[in-house]
Design a protein around this ligand. Structure first.
Ligand SMILES: Nc1ncnc2c1ncn2[C@@H]1O[C@H](COP(=O)(O)OP(=O)(O)OP(=O)(O)O)[C@@H](O)[C@H]1O
Length: 439
């Protein structure tokens, strides 16, 4: 199954390059690929079209055989219908087109985006993030995407003809090809001369910091290195729509920060629209211009990161972004919490309306004795867990009166308070530090 996904990802990439350069058309003479055949007629009995139609399988494009894409596509490949003019990968080229997608079925999402926009797609497990990406590729009957890229309605086009590149969660590299050949394969398939394709592939590998691994096979790469090669291959294809499914998930913390930086640099100069599925709030906030929050397949929020951070529309999003978020009902002085207890806020909402109280962890003060003075919100609790968060500490405090609360304090403050797991503490939050968001 994952090998078939791999082949599909490759087929999409292979065809993409042709959008910019003029490419071999599989339908007009080049051999039929296994992925294309598999996607041509998904069985209604099988919800996953990647499983279907093995009878048209072409061993030359099967990553398991090692036979192909050894024969890199020949230079005699005939050009496909030309894709409308676009300067790839140059932000300066400006928005001369836009993306419009209407997705229905499992996902109910409408998306409009200008070139150069990066959208982080977030949501709980099972919210439909991967299904959305697959719908945009035309890869799942569970959701149907009407997709326009500029003047072109690509809805009825096969996945590999849409101008959409997809990096699935496992990266999907051909195991028998070197990193360089994997990256060059899409270029070669579209008729780029061998030398030129290899030079360009080498450049992309260098940019992603894996140029020195160009001759290694995927089995000789770590998960993170392979992921970078997969990114190089996708970016080299210069798609209009780039779909990245948790591209940094396989990386360790240090590498992740470095690759995130590299990715940010490339996305900043990327002339297409990028959708990046992530569970990582830092990734969402630092890489994206917009955050699309999905809940049960639907759009819950689609807004710039700063707006989502300030006014998350669900407790899950707030927690993902590292905020405390408590649901409740508005009262004249704040919120009656759903599980009992009360929080006082300076803001007012219509009494009785459902709302979230959002508290930034750095706004929570921690004390060993009940604090005197003015804070309106004071709760006793017990330290459940202390973890490092950059140069600060995150302290998880459990309380009988409220939901769990996260405080962020300096290591000095923690030492001064003698904080340890199990310690009895008091937390306080000023009413002015509580943000109320209507649900
Ligand atoms: N082919 C399928 N047929 C039926 N249900 C499916 C199919 N693929 C996924 N699902 C279900 O649809 C829901 C959405 O799945 P999807 O993989 O899109 O979620 P996700 O947001 O990407 O989740 P995660 O964060 O776990 O990767 C899940 O409940 C999943 O079990």
């Amino acid at each position: 199954m994952s090998l078939l996904l791999l082949a599909i990802a490759m087929a999409v990439l292979v065809a993409l390059r042709g959008r910019w350069t003029g490419s071999a058309s599989v339908r007009s003479g080049a051999p039929t690929t296994a992925p294309e055949a598999a996607l041509a007629d998904p069985s209604p009995l099988d919800p996953d079209p990647t499983r279907a139609a093995p009878h048209t399988y072409d061993p030359r494009h099967d990553p398991r055989t090692g036979a192909a894409p050894k024969g890199e596509p020949r230079d005699s490949a005939r050009p496909d219908a030309p894709w409308p003019d676009q300067e790839p990968n140059t932000a300066e080229s400006g928005p001369s087109w836009s993306l419009h997608a209407e997705v229905s079925g499992f996902n109910e999402v409408t998306l409009d985006a200008e070139p150069g926009t990066t959208i982080a797609v977030v949501g709980e497990n099972g919210a439909g993030k991967t299904t959305l990406l697959r719908a945009l590729l035309g890869l799942t009957p569970r959701a149907h995407a009407e997709l326009r890229l500029g003047d072109l309605d690509v809805t009825s086009l096969a996945p590999h003809k849409r101008g959409v590149a997809w990096v699935p969660q496992d990266g999907a590299l051909f195991p028998h090809l070197s990193a360089l050949a994997n990256t060059a394969y899409g270029l070669r398939a579209q008729g780029v001369a061998r030398g030129e394709a290899r030079v360009e592939a080498g450049r992309w590998l260098d940019r992603l910091g894996v140029g020195h691994l160009a001759h290694r096979k995927p089995a000789q790469l770590s998960g993170g290195q392979a992921q970078r090669v997969a990114l190089a291959r996708a970016l080299a294809a210069r798609p209009r729509l780039l779909l990245l499914d948790e591209p940094l998930a396989a990386l360790d913390q240090t590498t992740r920060a470095r690759v995130r930086h590299t990715l940010r640099t490339h996305l900043a100069g990327f002339a297409g629209v990028c959708l990046i599925v992530t569970h990582d709030p830092v990734e969402a906030v630092s890489l994206a211009d917009r955050v699309l929050v999905l809940e049960a397949g639907r759009t819950l929020q689609d807004a710039p990161p700063a707006e989502v951070t300030r006014h998350p529309r669900s407790p899950w999003v707030a927690r993902m972004l590292g905020r405390n978020a408590w649901a409740g009902e508005a009262r004249d002085d704040g919120l009656a919490l759903a599980g009992g207890g009360r929080i006082v806020a300076a803001e007012r909402l219509r009494e009785g309306s459902r709302a979230l109280a959002i508290i930034a962890p750095e706004s929570v003060s921690v004390h060993r004795r009940r604090p005197d003075g003015s804070p309106r919100n004071v709760w006793p609790g017990t330290v459940r867990e202390i973890t490092a968060s950059g140069s600060r500490l995150r302290v998880l405090i459990g309380s009988a009166e409220t939901p769990d609360l996260i405080a962020e304090i300096t290591p000095d403050a923690a030492a001064e308070l003698g904080l340890a797991e199990g310690a009895a503490v008091w937390s306080s939050v000023k009413a002015t530090e509580v943000t109320l968001v209507s649900l």
